[in-house]
Design a protein. Structure first.
Ligand code: ATP
Ligand code: MG
Length: 416
């Protein structure tokens, strides 16, 4: 050993510090932090405990390569980019042999493999130990000092103890991430299956329409049947159109393309669109539109879809076989720059346990008849217009959805 090499003193002088550090690392088990954030915390705690400026954590990848997943003290952009071939460098050697390595000056060791890092090239002392779960090595942790330095047996023991705890934390964090991923995949599968059932249902209706048109024209020579079939086909088409528009509206990231819109006229068009369906179910559609409303800058297609969703939901909420009433009101709040549109029904109302879920994507109580995309898309559209949507409801009495839209959408040119 050259004259400049410092010998380690009892570095972890205070056993309480070791216990506190181990406890802090153990507490990361079950934490909701991402694995990379957990690794960074561990590297930080270990560097402080051992009083070293550099601490790095490598994890083994498939194929035996070691990826630098976290570090303190080196250039932050090395993290994730440095990948060592199997057996490469001191870390690779430790991962392959499963033994701790303690070097007063790693630059003198033939196994040393300098990383593309100016800071790492200045490091001399090195303590590097495997992260092991039972017999399986899952990674490597290293602690570095800038100057030549001989770690004491006690420091090596402390480091090994920390590494054992770290390996457990990493294993648990990985299991947790896998569990979350599996749950997310399962949720997507459930949502897709709901969507597929809805589309299948609509396609089935459209097949009935096709059948009626085909037979009506070619066999029965019955124009009434053809009309009936055509209407069924048209309704099925409308449903698919609404679904696709809602999906596109919900996913859209681009800016609104606003145009001057006479909102009252649009509300009348929406009522026209659902009028037949409402009449068949003996539902009266009533409008109270403020004639002072005038023109607003809105994106016509998406705003149409948003209000169509609310009106369709209002019609759906009225139990089959019972006459009902849907009221659409528009008005301006005096002295405020908002326009309000209310869509109210005297349907079933929304039970308390569903109230905080109705705007969630894929939440629906309509089984095969709904997708649960409607209100999620409506909320997104209204919020894209810098407006808001809320509701009041009473079980057994009905629901009122209230949409606030700014008279002028910020950033849009003034209405002509
Ligand atoms: N006016 C209302 N009265 C009672 N419940 C409502 C009303 N509007 C929405 N809901 C509840 O909110 C749920 C979600 O509505 P949303 O419009 O997002 O989906 P959906 O109507 O079920 O299907 P779709 O995506 O085809 O519109 C509905 O399934 C229903 O339970
Ligand atoms: Mg709906």
């Amino acid at each position: 050993m050259d004259g400049q090499t410092r010998r380690g003193k009892a570095l972890v002088r205070d056993p309480d510090r070791l216990i506190a550090a181990l406890l802090e690392i153990s507490n990361l088990v079950g934490s909701v932090m991402r694995l990379d954030d957990i690794l960074y915390r561990i590297a930080r705690i270990t560097a402080d405990l051992l009083e070293v400026p550099v601490c790095s954590i490598y994890l083994l990848q498939d194929g035996g390569k070691l990826q630098l997943r976290s570090n303190v003290g080196l250039e932050p952009d090395l993290t994730g980019k440095v990948v060592l071939e199997p057996g490469q460098g001191i870390a690779g050697w430790v991962a392959r042999h499963g033994e701790i390595v303690s070097l007063a000056d790693a630059t003198q060791d033939p196994r040393n493999y300098p990383l593309p890092s100016n800071l790492e090239k200045q490091c001399r002392a090195c303590l590097c130990a495997p992260l092991r779960i039972q017999e399986e090595i899952t990674g490597v942790m290293s602690a570095r000092k800038m100057e030549p330095y001989e770690f004491t047996p006690e420091q090596r023991k402390v480091f090994e103890t920390v590494c054992k705890q770290v390996a457990i934390v990493i294993e648990k964090a990985r299991m947790y991430e896998e569990k979350i991923k599996a749950e997310q995949l399962a949720a997507v599968a459930v949502s897709l299956s709901g969507l597929a059932h809805y589309i299948k249902n609509v396609l089935f209706t459209s097949q009935i329409g096709e059948y009626l048109v085909d037979r009506g024209l070619n066999e029965w020579n019955d124009l009434d049947r053809v009309r009936e079939g055509w209407k069924t086909l048209h309704q099925a088409n409308q449903k698919i159109r609404k679904l696709v528009e809602n999906m596109l509206n919900y996913c859209r990231q681009t800016k609104l393309e606003t145009k001057p819109v006479v909102l009252n006229d649009m509300l009348k068009q929406i009522v026209d669109a659902v009028d037949d369906q409402a009449a068949m179910r003996r539902i009266e559609m009533h409008m109270e539109l403020d004639p002072q409303l005038g023109t607003m800058m809105l994106e016509p297609d998406s705003i149409y879809d948003a209000f169509l969703n609310l009106v369709t939901n209002a019609v759906d909420a009225i139990p089959e076989g019972r006459p009902g009433r849907v009221v659409i009101r528009s008005y301006r709040i005096p002295d405020q720059t908002n326009v309000v549109v209310e869509v109210s029904d005297n349907g079933t109302g929304i039970p308390p346990e569903h109230r905080d879920k109705i705007f969630n994507l894929f939440f629906s109580t309509k089984g095969k008849k709904g997708t649960g995309i409607g209100l999620a898309a409506t909320k997104k559209i209204i919020e894209d217009h810098k407006g808001s949507v809320s509701f009041e409801t009473k079980v057994g009495e009905g629901t009122c959805f209230r949409v606030y839209l700014p008279l002028q959408t910020p950033g849009a040119p003034a209405p002509v």
